[in-house]
Design a protein around this ligand. Structure first.
Ligand code: CA
Length: 160
């Protein structure tokens, strides 16, 4: 436990996927919090401050979009990186996810290696929500929240 690299919150209603993610990320020395619903995620955030959130969109009751909107309403989590996992493709869907508060989009089925790399890069600071959105680049780009979400979406589309 002394080698923990950070705390991640995984929000995913599908037990198998959530469990695989947890095991994988624990192997990578992250502390992993799990939520099966949006409400569970919001409850966890009352007492925990994860370094990064992995968010499924298709969730019962409170979907991922609404969950992210509520998370972003809390000032404490305005800058917490959120990686959105979604089976839906298409620019409209990606834009909606970014508008709701997501920073990065990954298609399902999840490419675990790519996800691990993305998490690592975000937490290592080589990618932040205030800098370049493309993997491996260090070029300064406008902050995601002010008008560069299309870049992330394009990047995700290319990699899908
Ligand atoms: Ca789901």
């Amino acid at each position: 436990m002394d080698r923990q690299l950070g705390t991640l919150l995984v929000v995913e209603d599908y037990d198998d996927v959530r469990t695989v993610l947890r095991l994988l990320l624990q192997c990578d020395h992250y502390r992993v919090l799990e939520a099966a619903t949006g409400r569970q995620a919001l409850n966890i955030l009352k007492t925990e401050s994860p370094d990064l959130i992995i968010m499924d969109l298709g969730l019962p009751e409170l979907d991922g979009f609404e969950t992210m909107r509520r998370i972003r309403k809390n000032e404490a989590f305005q800058d917490t990186p959120i990686i959105v996992l979604t089976a839906y493709t298409g620019p409209f869907h990606y834009q909606a996810a970014l508008r709701a508060g997501g920073n990065y989009i990954m298609g399902k089925p999840v490419d675990f290696e790519e996800l691990e790399e993305l998490i690592h890069n975000i937490l290592a600071g080589s990618i932040t929500t205030h800098r370049g959105s493309q993997l491996g680049t260090t070029d300064a780009t406008p902050p995601l929240h002010s008008h560069s979400p299309s870049q992330v979406a394009k990047h995700s589309l290319v990699n899908h």
